[in-house]
Design a protein around this ligand. Structure first.
Ligand code: NAD
Ligand code: LMR
Ligand code: MG
Length: 550
């Protein structure tokens, strides 16, 4: 991020130092900036007005994304000040869904280095590469290997858009200073032929490495990270399902790490469903839940719901009996021989469900026979919550709760307007990507964005402020429960199940507090009083404003 040249230049080329027209006269004189900047000295407020007008002039959402990313690479305080001021409007641009387009077109729109790209051929030099991260210290890393970018599949090195977007929310929503956040791509090749054929593709032009070579490479990376930043928080993001769960199992006791698609998604969904059960009056232990998609997200959510039902009094067996996971080959049963290890706990006994169909048991079979009142979509496939599925569900329950969580918008299982129409206005809906409210029969239904963005910024803040050494399941449960208590929905089924995105900074602080307390209870963070924990969170919470440099 710092460019070479005379020392004074860094103040206008390093986005962590640059203040542009807001450098004071004294700073301009001391830092050697006279003449480099126009004479009129501006406030951050005036600068925000200018960049907001420029943002508005950009025509397409991707153009707006490119503009904001450019601003981020130019002046981070200004970027975050703008973002915080217009969070609801800009979150969909820097994050889901538009970040999906940005990943697909990453090579085309590539402009500036940000973060680290660690390519497989450079595997013997990872320590040197980490030294090149030009940040005073690194406290939070988001890493991807680009293989399962949202529901868009393998984007190779273009997956870098995701760690950048996630870390932008660490700062804008979680108050973590951009001076300590580092996005990383592990570039192990790509099997995306379009990318490989693209003369502009920025990644390693090679098919993905796999098997032992893959796991050894990730191991080299994690060991290097532990050497360089032993206390860092390492978030794994958008890994394919054959890697996500094994990597989490391997590293969760070695360093402070979590997998956002498994654990963050589970917590936001558990929080949303706890909020929904306050409205429906049906406690989770009495719910029946069907999933479409038994991958990282689906099974992660299912396992957290099992834990929640057990807390509400069920045995684990009773809880598991209430969960139906439908994947490509139909309902997961104990007779299936090709399941991945992490899927084997979320099966139904064939003795119970075998008579439901002559062949594979479809989602519709499950809806007819199990009569779920909750339906979760994490398949990455558009349109699979058909009218027939939603009508069948609504026929069996007065209070259908439908969560089509696949991202980006193009991959959603059904759009909220359709679900609300097909259920005659009865369904409560929350989606992974943002949606406008739906008006049906004169009533406005607000659609919560059930996205792990409600969890990971607060998790990060809580971990760093509390000094946690590990991330426990209990901390995700605490995050889910804290989120549910902030839900604006009480008895009104048309209210949003989650707080407004515009309030996400306060949500993150509340989650950080719950997470920090739980970390202490779980023995992974030093004990402190509640007041001290609150004070630590507030002290950690970075506000985008200029500091006097001289
Ligand atoms: N809202 C959120 O916060 C959030 C969080 C994580 C993931 N997601 C979304 O969920 C989706 C899945 O993510 P993941 O990490 O679980 O991916 P994954 O690849 O691990 O799992 C997807 C699963 O869906 C299954 N599937 C594919 N086609 C299917 C079909 N026709 N019928 C039934 N199942 C089918 C696959 O076999 C796979 O098991 C993605 O679109 C992702 O964007 C959303
Ligand atoms: O990135 C998101 O919007 C949520 C989630 O992590 C996903 O992979 O879809
Ligand atoms: Mg993800």
């Amino acid at each position: 991020m710092v460019e070479s040249g005379p020392a004074n230049l860094q103040y206008v080329t390093n986005p962590l130092l640059n203040k542009g027209t807001a450098f004071s006269l004294r700073e301009r004189e001391k830092l050697g900036l006279m003449g480099l900047l126009p004479p009129h000295i501006e406030t951050l407020e005036t600068q925000i007005d200018r960049v907001y007008a420029a943002f508005e002039r950009e025509e397409t959402p991707l153009d707006k994304h490119v503009y904001l990313r450019g601003l981020q690479d130019d002046n981070e305080v200004l970027f975050y000040a703008l973002l915080v001021r217009h969070l609801s409007e800009m979150m969909p641009i820097i994050y889901t869904p538009i970040v999906g387009d940005a990943c697909k077109k990453f090579s085309e729109i590539y402009d500036h280095p940000r973060g680290l790209i660690i390519s497989y051929p450079e595997r013997d030099r990872i320590d040197d590469i980490l030294e090149n991260a030009i940040l005073p210290s690194v406290e939070a890393i988001v890493v991807t290997d680009g293989e399962r970018i949202l529901g868009l599949g393998d984007q190779g090195a273009g997956g870098m858009g995701i760690p950048i977007g996630k870390l932008s929310l660490y700062t804008a929503a979680g108050g973590i200073s951009p001076t300590v956040t580092l996005p990383i791509v592990l570039d192990v090749g790509t099997n995306n032929q379009e990318r490989l054929k693209d003369p502009l593709y920025i990644g390693w032009r090679h098919e993905r490495i796999s098997g032992d070579d893959y796991f050894e490479f990730v191991d080299l990376f994690v060991r290097a990270v532990k050497r360089k930043w032993p206390d860092v928080l390492l978030q794994f993001e958008d890994f394919a399902q054959q890697h996500a769960a094994p990597l989490l199992a391997r590293y969760r006791d070695q360093l402070c790490t979590f997998n956002d698609d498994i654990q963050g998604t589970a917590a936001v969904t558990a929080g949303t469903l706890l909020a929904a059960s306050n409205v429906t009056g049906i406690p989770l232990k009495d719910a029946t839940i069907a999933f479409l998609g038994a991958g990282s997200a689906g099974v992660g959510i299912a396992e957290q719901l099992v834990q929640l039902m057990v807390r509400q009094g069920l045995s684990e067996t009773e809880a598991r009996a209430r969960i139906y996971m439908v994947d490509r080959n139909g309902l997961l049963t104990d007779a299936m021989s090709d399941l991945l290890p992490f899927q084997k706990q979320v099966v139904q006994p064939l003795t119970k469900v075998g008579s439901w169909s002559d062949g594979e048991i479809s989602l519709l079979d499950v809806i007819h026979r199990a009569k779920p009142n909750i339906l979760v979509g994490v398949s990455g496939q558009a349109g699979l919550f058909s009218e027939e599925v939603i009508r069948a569900m609504a026929a069996n329950t007065e209070h259908p709760v439908v969560l089509p969580l696949s991202n980006p918008t193009s991959r959603i299982e059904a759009v909220p307007a359709d679900i609300i129409h097909w259920s005659d206005g009865h369904a409560m809906v929350a989606t992974g990507s943002p949606f406008d409210p739906v008006v049906y029969n004169g009533k406005t239904h607000h659609v919560a964005q059930c996205n792990n963005s409600y969890i990971f910024p607060g998790m990060g803040l809580g971990v760093l402020a509390a000094g946690a050494r590990r991330v426990t399941d209990g901390m995700f449960m605490a995050a889910a429960e804290a989120l549910a208590t902030l839900s604006p929905a009480r008895s009104d089924r048309t209210a949003s199940l989650l707080p407004d995105v515009g309030n996400i900074r306060e949500v993150s602080k509340a989650i950080a507090f719950a997470v920090g307390q739980q970390a202490q209870l779980d023995g992974v963070a030093p004990k402190s009083t509640k007041d001290d924990l609150k004070a630590a969170i507030n002290a950690k919470f970075w506000i985008p404003q200029y500091q006097e440099i001289v």
